[in-house]
Ligand binder design. Sequence first.
Ligand code: FMN
Length: 327
Amino acid sequence: MLYMAPFQGITTDVFREVYTRHFTGISKLFTPFYTQIDKAKTLRTKKTALSKTSHNGVNVIPQVLSKNADEMKLFATFCSDLGFKEINWNLGCPFPRVANKQRGSGLLPHAEKIDSILEKLMPALPLQLSVKCRLGYHSPDEIFRLLPIFNKYPLTELIVHSRLGVQMYKGEVNLNAFADIVKLSDIKTCYNGDIFSKENFSDIQKRFPGVNIWMLGRGLLADPFLPMRIKEKNIDDNEVLIIRRYVDDLYYAYRQKMNDKPVAINVMKEFWSYLSLSFDNPVKVFGKIKKAKNFDDYEDGVRFAFEQHKWIGNGGTRLAFHKSTGD
Ligand SMILES: Cc1cc2nc3c(=O)[nH]c(=O)nc-3n(C[C@H](O)[C@H](O)[C@H](O)COP(=O)(O)O)c2cc1C
């Protein structure tokens, strides 16, 4: 099974709806994290973005970033009332402004706090809970202190991005640590990190024959066909036509959602920072779109990408290259 990873600012409800309209192969979608949702009033403002429990038949799992059991319970009840069956707890966000407040991956060194949150929360939960975490913030020792705690609770899944918080998105993923986690976890475990092509997916899969859930992140944003390539689904010969329809669909969906305000372009720029990697010259393709100041500039940039450049797919492999060269 393949899951789509959450990306703050990218995998919004609009994106999830449009992506699943054009591509298949994904079994679960995760929302970017919700935070500071300690009041029912704040939560109500999130209702529109959470109005769909599934997109084109693929279930959505809302994600929460919190270190407060009461806040998480409020969020869980809100999601349950909207018809969701599971929420996901973010213990992976590495950004200092989050981690320094002992949230996201910043909570991983504090096993006793995680235990007391789960102890208070689990009996009160109206739906299921899964966890998305890293190996630790400073050291992989942290996850090995946490596994006996996670094992005590009926968590549905443990999704592990096999890096440390301090690594952010750089450096190698630690496959040895993941192998030990699989041995010690009583919870269904999902692998996440640096799956960029069918080939490197096969290599990672061979190392973990007992694992059957895989979460795809930047590789999928760079090449939306990645789940279909991994599953060896038949892809229409004309990939570029499908990509063009997808990009245009997303653009007009955002314009509509944002009442034709130019901020729609900013969201598309973020999206293109990944998609451009699958074109023959990512720097030129993204360079033009990045400069767009209005809808006309943006549309020129898109025409430039499709008319002057070639779609080659598998853009995620370029992320691996950027990583190894320290870009
Ligand atoms: C810009 C950006 C935003 C992200 N937002 C979230 C988020 O809201 N929740 C979360 O759990 N992970 C978030 N992530 C992490 C990804 O979901 C994923 O775990 C990470 O990119 C590793 O997977 P990959 O190597 O396949 O990309 C984010 C990553 C990036 C680069």
